[in-house]
Write a protein that binds this ligand. Sequence first.
Ligand SMILES: Cc1cc2nc3c(=O)[nH]c(=O)nc-3n(C[C@H](O)[C@H](O)[C@H](O)COP(=O)(O)O)c2cc1C
Length: 373
Amino acid sequence: MAADLSVKFTGLEFENPFLLASAPPTESESNILRAFDAGWGGVVTKTIGLHPVINVKGPKTKFNRTSVDSPRISSRRRPDSVLHSSWNWELISDKALDWWLPRIERIKKAHPSKMLIASIMAGSESETELEHWRTLAKACQEKGADGLELNFSCPHMDRDDMGSNVGKNQALCRQVTTVVKEVAKVPVWVKLTPSTTEIIYEARGAFEGGADAITSSNTFPSLMTIDPDSLEFEMQVDGYTSQGGLGGPAILPQSLAKMSQLCQAFPDRAFSGIGGISDFTHALNYFMLGCGTVQVCTAAMLDHAVGPNVVKALKEGMGQFLEKHADKGWKTLEDFRGCRRDRIVPQSRIKRPESKEYHGGHEAEGYAEPDPE
Ligand SMILES: Cc1cc2nc3c(=O)[nH]c(=O)nc-3n(C[C@H](O)[C@H](O)[C@H](O)COP(=O)(O)O)c2cc1C
C-alpha cells in the first residue's frame, strides 16, 4: 500500500507536504503547471506586487560551488565541484497583478486539488500602501488562490517600509498582517526574514495580527566573493555589487536554528520550513522541529527549473521513512512532527563528563593539545 504523504496545514489539504517556494520556479503559469504535473503538493507563487519591478542588468542568480581539490567558494564551474549555495539579487515578480490574475484562475481550474498560495507584497508607510495589501489579497483569493503568503522577507528592497524591513519590525509585522486578515477569506502565512536578532519577536507580532502560519527562511544577507584573477566581485554590474541573498545547502543549518527558535516559542502554531532542502533527510529536520510543510527553491532551480527529480526523491524518501518506522506507529507526518523540538536546550544544560575528565572541549578537532599542567 502506498504511504500516506498527505497533510492538513492551516486548514488546507495537501497531497504531500512538499511545496515550491516563491522564486523563479513559480514565476510563470507554465512552470507552475509543470510543477504540479511533476508531483509538488503545492506552490507559492513568485511574489506579486502592484507595480512591476525592474531587475538589475545581467544575471539575477548565480550558484556557488566548492570542490574537494580546492576550498574556494566560487560560481566558476570546476571539475568535480559541488553546490555550496545560490546567491541572488532578484526582486519580486516583474509581472503586474493583472498579468497574474487570469493565470491563477487557469492554474486552479486545471489543478483544483493542488494548493496554490499567492505570495504578495506592498509597502506599509501609509494608508494607501496598506490598502495595496488589501487589493492584492482580495484579487488573488477571488481568482482561486488557496492561501496568501505575505512577503516580509525580501532582502533587496530599497524602501524602509517593504520586504525584510517589515520583517525586522514587530509593529509593522502586526499591522500589515492585521490589515490583510481584515479581508482574507483564506489562510494567511507570513514569510519572515532570518536577518533579525530575535525572530520570535517578529513572529509574535505576526501571530498577534492573526497569521495562520510562519514561513522561514528567506535567503540570508551575503556578498559574492571576489575573483582573485580579475579582482572583481563575481556578481557585479559596471564593477559594483550589493548585498544579496544566500540560499541552498549552505543555509540549511542556519535556517534550522531560526526554525527551532520559532517552533519552541510557539509549539502549537503552524510553520512552513525553507532553506537548503534538496532531499528528504533535509526536510526531515524541519518536520522533526515541528514544521507541517516545507518549501524548496535552489535545488528545484537546478533540476529542470521546477524540480521534477527533487520532488520525486522527496516523496520516495518520505514513503521509505514511514515504512522504516512503521513499528513506531508512524503512519503520517503528524505522527513524528515536532518529535525533536524539545531536544534543543541551552548549552549550559548539556551534560558534562565527570569533572576530572573535563578539559573544556579542547580535545575536539581543530584545537591544539592543551598545555601541560
Ligand atoms: C532567484 C531567487 C528569487 C527569489 N524570489 C523570492 C520571492 O519573490 N519571494 C520570496 O518570498 N522569496 C524569494 N526567494 C527566496 C526563496 O523562496 C527561498 O526562501 C530561499 O531561496 C531559501 O530556500 P532554498 O535554500 O531552497 O533556496 C527567492 C530566491 C531566489 C534564489
